[in-house]
Design a protein around this ligand. Sequence first.
Ligand code: HEM
Ligand code: HEM
Length: 184
Amino acid sequence: MTTCASPLQPNEHYDLVSRAMHWLMFLLFAWIYCSAITHYLASDSTLDKWLWPFHKPVGLLLLILLVLRAGWSLLSRHLRPPSISRIAATGHGMLYALMFLIPLIGMIRQYGSGRAFSAFGVPVMDGFEGEKIQWMVDLGSNFHSLLGWTMLVLILGHVAAVIVHYWQGDAQVLQRMTRGGRKH
Ligand code: HEM
Ligand code: HEM
């Protein structure tokens, strides 16, 4: 006997908007980590001079995309496939928290430094005369890079988990994020 799927039943796969946001942000994260690693290992290199000026603008773009992605995942929560395990749900929750906190702390430090900031030619902060706002600068100096490297470790763990599922013959986990799909 076949049953008719209700429009409010969750899908087997993530919807097109969630998949597009995931892979677009993956590309931008790959880019921003190339800039961070080059800056850390070879801050005087030609590659760094080419990549680094875009670190802050791309970071701000990632923050804006994250807010849209989180908003969409809340709006479409009844249609999203359920998490495959509690560990996966916790890991994804931690990634969301770090994707928000890292660029936010970067922006707070930028504001506290009193320096003007434009992203892709659009003025974002005017800057101000006088003393820096020290707690903002300290917050950034103490936590931005630290949390940035922590998230890189989590991302590697996230990718490793997908590969392990694939090797164990469970290609469905990867397909949830690469294919559209029918309802249950
Ligand atoms: C999700 C987005 C972001 C990620 C993953 C990220 C990641 C990182 C990482 C890993 C570092 C360490 C690099 C090193 O030690 O040389 C770093 C440094 C830095 N980031 Fe970001 N960042 C992001 C967004 C931003 C934003 C939005 C701003 C400012 C508007 C910013 C400003 C900086 C600055 C100024 C440094 C140099 C810090 C230092 O030399 O102590 N970042 N970032
Ligand atoms: C090669 C790189 C990547 C691969 C192969 C990959 C693969 C996947 C897959 C297969 C899922 C679905 C898992 C499930 O059904 O439970 C997923 C979900 C997710 N991934 Fe990734 N991913 C990659 C990179 C990233 C990066 C760079 C981030 C963010 C920093 C990220 C954050 C997330 C989050 C938050 C979810 C939960 C679904 C959502 O709300 O969007 N992924 N990923």
